[in-house]
Write a protein that binds this ligand. Structure first.
Ligand code: PLP
Length: 283
């Protein structure tokens, strides 16, 4: 019998969305497409469609923490990726586990604060706790413009503002920040190119740019990008390579989005080129 290696592993903590447009089920789809073993911890259950979020039920923090303990004890992980956390207590429960893991796993934070429909997905006191307890441990934080603004208090309306907001998050102790510029045209309609800014504590800076139109608005772009980055890190890519390949995977998922959904429908699948998937079988 050939010896089978341990696959790259990502533990995702987040909210469920019954349509799989965003949230944990989208994370599982994305990471499975990359050949990563994914463990899933439910922090909240949402009832939503592409039109609205009609209900949100946060799980008790003790149950979220216990799910993490179970997944970590049984499977372990290379990367922890957080999405919707819902409440202050859940932020603390997740931070307790992340602190215990120490250097044993990298942390990717998608600071899910508000749904596209406007519904809050993290309580206001949870935002402060995220800054104080999770951001300092993050290998990467991936806010969009609105999330960057809520986290830093800086109105983020231009590329210069994106740089300023990134610096505030780095000053809170994040190792790297990816500020997603997808909403910039709302503030600057003349813009014909949009870019995401990756800035690191070591002083590196990269802009990942693309032409404005990728097609109609789609759900779950933030979840998909952060999951694909977490997967890339687990697969052993450098942070920059993980971000760049996740961004191109997201663009492909956008181009192949199925004709589903009443409003902004789901993205297509994320798949990795077969040669990029490590061979788990040793001969
Ligand atoms: N619902 C859940 C559970 C999420 O995790 C997220 C985003 O990460 C959203 C909704 C928001 O997604 P969108 O803005 O694409 O609707």
């Amino acid at each position: 019998m050939p010896e089978i290696e341990i696959p790259p592993r990502v533990l995702v903590v987040g909210g469920t969305d019954p349509t799989s447009g965003a949230g944990l089920f989208r994370d599982v789809q994305t990471l499975s497409g990359l050949g990563v073993y994914v463990t899933g911890v439910v922090a909240a259950v949402t009832v939503q469609t592409s039109r609205s979020v009609s209900d949100v039920v946060a799980l008790p923090a003790s149950v979220v923490g216990a799910q993490m303990d179970a997944a970590l004890e049984e499977i372990g992980t290379d990367v922890v990726k957080t999405g919707m956390l819902g409440t202050l207590d859940v932020v603390h429960a997740v931070a307790d586990r992340v602190e215990r893991l120490g250097a044993g796993a990298r942390l990717v934070i998608d600071p899910v604060l508000v749904a596209s429909s406007g519904r809050a997905l993290l309580a206001a006191d949870g935002v402060q706790a995220m800054l104080e307890r999770l951001v300092p441990r993050a290998a990467l934080v991936t806010p969009n413009l609105l999330e960057a603004e809520r986290l830093t208090g800086i109105a983020v309306r231009s590329r210069e503002d994106m740089g300023r907001a990134a610096d505030v998050l780095l000053a809170h102790g994040a190792s790297a920040v990816l500020i997603k510029g997808g909403h910039l045209p709302e503030f600057d309609p003349e813009l014909d190119e949009i870019g995401d800014l990756l800035r690191t504590l070591d002083g590196d800076e990269f802009w990942i740019t693309r032409s404005r139109r990728l097609g109609p608005s789609r759900r779950g772009t933030g979840c998909t990008l952060a999951s694909a980055i977490a997967g890339g890190i687990a697969l052993g890519l450098t942070l920059r390579d993980a971000v760049e390949s996740a961004r191109s995977a997201l663009d492909r998922a956008w181009e192949t989005a199925p004709p589903l959904g009443k409003k902004a429908g789901p993205l297509g699948f994320v798949a990795v080129a077969p040669e990029k998937v490590p061979a788990f079988e040793k001969s």
